[in-house]
Design a protein around this ligand. Structure first.
Ligand SMILES: Nc1nc2c(c(=O)[nH]1)N(C=O)[C@@H](CNc1ccc(C(=O)N[C@@H](CCC(=O)O)C(=O)O)cc1)CN2
Ligand SMILES: Nc1nc2c(ncn2[C@@H]2O[C@H](COP(=O)(O)OP(=O)(O)OP(=O)(O)O)[C@@H](O)[C@H]2O)c(=O)[nH]1
Ligand SMILES: [Mg+2]
Length: 461
């Protein structure tokens, strides 16, 4: 299957690590994987454990002394997490005991595992594909139930299956196109009869659907960044405080109060949100404030969502184009904009949002809290919140990039077909698209990529 070399090649070492978090806990688990695990089990237990059975036994030191007593689990290859012989020693969770046991396994011929090495071996032994292995790390890192559910779906293969289905369809298409190339007399008919074009566009459509779900998964994993921007005194910091339900930012009636960028993390029904409060945008002679304004602009340019806040007591038009064309002109993507009309407690405006407007309009009072729930609902909506976790899965930026590369190759292929009717060039594009998708599941992944991915796991995983 995967051609491997260098660091990604499975080494023959037996690895050992603490599988539970360092520190004190009810139970601490040392996990071993590799050929010597059986030997080490016999040395430390004094008997050969039965496969997949919990043995309560003393764990022995070099002179037969008891280091701890606990539960031993023995999973002979290939029916284990890594696909290799795996031994678990579940002892009392204290750092001294765990260290002692770990040292004993090293004396008996194991070496300490690198971060992610168990999962890497599971991947290299075909127990998991790369997207599933990444999902394990995402599951461990998940900071909300929604994120954990998504990661579990990916671990269970939901994302991988959708990618595999795309790959399968690309393979079928390649076979068809390559057959057309091999029979040049019929090539024109084969490629020109519209069936290839039709199947190609169907694959593009499915790819776009997977891309949309993956983007959603990545957003929920990484969180959406929401920048609050506007003129000084609009009430930006007051809104940050309302969203975090804390006195996070300094609020005064002095224009130019906020100078630095303030970042806070909140969850909306488990959806992570990075709320960013910025300095009020204005020309100012104050050197410090000017730097703050420059920082505000760079946050605006990077944001997933920009809330342009205006003071509704002032006679602004609803349309930000009209009140502030330069602002809109500087936005990289105007569809990321929401207009927030603040201070409705004094302007007397109703809290009724207007989602049909372009950009959508939210009316609220950061001080009384009226309309803040509408804003939250709006943010969940633009993040693609669904009440059920069905069909959702976790994904990473890396996956989106691979899907984009596949999409570009297919778009190029469509052009080749429409323009020159060139079968060979189309076949080449289909292969490129397939390779890009293969990066997601790790079918032909470079060692550096694997090193990077597994290196970011925690030790013992
Ligand atoms: N004690 C313990 N708990 C744990 C783990 C572990 O390694 N040890 N896990 C570690 O992440 C997770 C569970 N993941 C696991 C995945 C596969 C296998 C396993 O033995 N698979 C075999 C047999 C499958 C079967 O019997 O159906 C296989 O795939 O062949 C074990 C744990 C979470 N809980
Ligand atoms: N009545 C009323 N006053 C508000 C509301 N929101 C904010 N204010 C007041 O408006 C003033 C400015 O609020 P801030 O939150 O500091 O405004 P800002 O946009 O962060 O200002 P800079 O940091 O200077 O850019 C303060 O006196 C707030 O109490 C609101 O909804 N209603
Ligand atoms: Mg402020």
């Amino acid at each position: 299957m995967t051609p491997l070399s260098g660091s990604a090649m499975l080494d023959q070492d037996t690895i050992s690590a603490l599988a539970t978090p360092p520190g004190r806990g009810g139970v601490g688990i040392i996990r071993l994987s590799g050929k010597r695990s059986g030997e080490i089990a016999r040395a430390m237990l004094g008997f050969a454990p039965e496969p997949r059975r919990a043995h309560y036994a003393p764990f022995l030191g070099g002179d037969g002394e008891v280091l701890d007593e606990g539960i031993a689990l023995w999973f002979p290859a290939p029916h284990s997490f890594t696909g290799e012989d795996v031994l678990e020693l579940q002892g009392h969770g204290g750092p001294v005991i765990m260290d002692w046991l770990l040292e004993r396994t090293v004396t008996l011929g194991a070496r300490l595992a690198r971060p992610g090495e168990f999962s890497e071996r599971a991947f290299l032994n075909d127990k998991l594909d790369l997207a599933q292995a990444e999902a394990i790390a995402d599951l461990i890192e998940a900071s909300s139930r929604a994120a954990a559910e998504n990661a579990l779906h990916s671990l269970q293969g939901e994302f991988s299956t959708r990618v595999q289905t795309l790959v399968q369809r690309l393979i079928e298409l390649r076979v068809y196109v390559e057959a057309a190339i091999d029979f040049p007399e019929e090539e024109i008919d084969f490629l020109g009869d519209g069936r290839v074009a039709q199947r190609l566009s169907a694959v593009c459509e499915s790819l776009a659907e997977v891309r949309a779900s993956a983007a959603q998964g990545a957003l929920m994993r990484e969180g959406m960044s929401v920048v609050i921007a506007g003129r000084p005194n609009a009430g930006k910091s007051s809104l940050l405080n309302a969203l975090t339900e804390q006195e996070t930012a300094i609020v005064t009636d002095i224009a130019g109060t906020t100078r630095d960028v303030l970042r806070e993390h909140i969850h909306l029904d488990g959806m992570p949100l990075h709320v960013i409060d910025t300095a009020g945008l204005r020309d100012t002679p104050d050197a410090v404030e000017r730097i703050g304004v420059a920082r505000a602009w760079s946050e605006i340019e990077r944001a997933d969502r920009v809330l342009l806040m205006v003071d509704s007591r002032e006679s602004d038009a609803v349309d930000p184009m009209a009140i502030w064309p330069e602002f809109v002109a500087r936005l990289p993507d105007p569809s990321k904009l929401t207009l927030v009309r603040n201070k409705i407690d004094e302007s007397g405006e109703s809290a009724e949002p207007d989602f049909s407007a372009m950009p959508p309009v939210i009316r609220l009072s950061a001080t009384t809290g009226a309309g803040v729930e509408s804003l939250k609902a709006h943010l969940k909506e633009v993040m693609g919140y669904q009440a059920t976790s069905e069909g959702r899965f976790s994904a990473r930026r890396r996956h989106l990039e691979a899907l984009d590369r596949a999409g570009q190759a297919l778009t190029h292929g469509v052009e080749q077909l429409a323009g020159a009717g060139a079968g060979e060039l189309l076949a080449e594009d289909l292969r490129a698209a397939q390779d890009a998708l293969g990066d997601i599941t790790g079918e032909f992944s470079a060692d550096e990529l694997l090193g990077e991915i597994f290196g970011s796991f925690c030790i013992g995983k």
